[in-house]
Design a protein around this ligand. Structure first.
Ligand SMILES: Nc1ncnc2c1ncn2[C@@H]1O[C@H](COP(=O)(O)OP(=O)(O)OP(=O)(O)O)[C@@H](O)[C@H]1O
Ligand SMILES: [Mg+2]
Length: 384
């Protein structure tokens, strides 16, 4: 595959960049290059982390730092993926961040920068000196905030434009994001040990927002179904309004198939990925029912989050965008349409990237799993 890309884009002089998403069950990596105003896919790959923890593919792992360094090294040198640059952006898991929306008086940025660390103490359960803090004003217009982290602690972040705010409003909502300095340190170490030139570390949802959101005024929900958890984010006009984690994901589905059919986890994982919820044989129908049990739990909790949002803001969530490996489950979109009673689409991060025609179908299917990695690489390209 890589040879094909080399030939197709031979003569291109733009710099290549990587987006690296270290998920709990696998590392996803995407290499892009700029050609004129467009981003071009050079290569992409995924490496399962299960084998590094002596568990099976598709399950969430908690690996010691040395193992993670080793795994990242392995995908960076994997011949078939053929990564050729070390310039990158790296994702930080949502679970390693603390986010709160806090109401602040409408004062100058300088004053806010002094006040926010003091105010944030109320929301952050660890000493403020132990976290790296960033913040951005939630605009009342259509601007998207960036929330990312340098490797050095920032006293305060940048904020987006306040243009267009009515004068009489005397408070502003501020999105405050904190990451523990130890966590950030581990990611810096991961990059350094692999000779990576990490331009930034970004919480995964902001990468996903960049790669899958279209400009729309209505609130949408990003539904990221990973291995151990499903993460929900409600976004309005490019601004993150609500985030929530449900403690169920793809591995729960696999585990219940294994239990119901009395088969090993590895076999259950294959059955899940091959058959999903669309097989019509008696076995296929039974698998569908087993899968539905986990999905119903997830949809029910997700619906509660949606309802709370809709009541609070008096607005309907107009669409659900599915990302993560769980969204590759056959038939999941139809089940989600019923579960949410709303429009459901698969995230299509590669639609923002030029890709070879013969890969289009494959990329539409695997695309949702690469939403974070593509979003990171797109930002790195913008920043070159
Ligand atoms: N074709 C498929 N059908 C069904 N499930 C799938 C398919 N492909 C992958 N999965 C499931 O997706 C899950 C992994 O998703 P993903 O790669 O998004 O997780 P992750 O990024 O490692 O996790 P997290 O973001 O929670 O840390 C696994 O449970 C896997 O079984
Ligand atoms: Mg993930």
């Amino acid at each position: 595959m890589s040879n094909f890309f080399e030939k197709l884009f031979a003569g291109n002089t733009g710099q290549s960049v990587l987006g690296i998403d270290i998920g709990s069950s696998s590392i996803k990596i995407v290499q892009l290059k700029r050609k004129g105003a467009r981003a071009i896919l050079e290569t992409y790959g995924e490496l399962s982390l299960g084998p590094y923890a002596k568990t099976s593919v598709g399950t969430a792992t908690v690996l010691p730092q040395e193992k993670l360094i080793e795994a990242l090294h392995d995908i960076l040198v994997e011949k078939e993926v053929n990564i050729t640059t070390r310039l990158c952006g790296i994702a930080i898991p949502f679970s390693s961040s603390l986010m709160s929306v806090i109401e602040m008086p409408e004062v100058s940025h300088k004053q806010l920068a002094e006040m926010i660390p003091l105010e944030a103490r109320k929301y952050i359960p660890v000493p403020i000196s132990e976290v790296t803090l960033d913040w951005s004003i939630i605009p009342r217009n259509d601007v998207r905030p960036t929330t990312d982290f340098d490797s050095t602690p920032l006293p305060a972040g940048q904020s987006v434009s306040q243009a267009g705010q009515p004068k009489k409003i005397s408070t502003v909502d501020v999105l405050v994001v904190a990451i523990h300095n130890d966590t950030l340190g581990r990611y810096v170490d991961l990059a350094t040990k692999n000779n990576l030139d990490a331009g930034f570390f970004e919480i995964e949802i902001f990468s996903t927002m960049r790669s899958v959101l279209e400009q729309t005024l209505d609130p949408v929900m990003i539904f990221d179904m990973g291995a151990a958890t499903t993460k929900l984010f409600i976004v309005e006009r490019g601004v993150l309004k609500v985030s929530h984690t449900i403690n169920r994901g793809g591995q729960n589905i696999t585990a219940s198939i294994a239990k119901s059919f009395g088969v090993p986890i590895e076999r259950a994982e294959v059955m899940k990925c091959d058959l999903g919820m669309t097989a019509t044989t008696p076995e296929g129908q039974e698998i569908s029912q087993v899968i539905m049990l986990t999905l119903e739990y997830i949809f029910e909790e997700a619906n509660r989050i949606v309802l709370t949002f809709e009541k609070k803001y008096n607005k309907a969530v107009s669409k659900v965008i599915m990302v993560g490996g769980g969204s590759a489950l056959k038939g999941v979109n139809d089940a989600a349409k019923k579960g949410f009673q709303t429009d459901v689409v698969s995230g299509d991060p590669f639609s923002k990237v030029v890709t070879p025609v013969f890969l289009e179908e494959v990329l539409r299917q695997t695309g949702p799993q690469f939403a974070v990695a593509v979003g990171l690489a797109l930002r790195k390209l913008e920043e070159l």
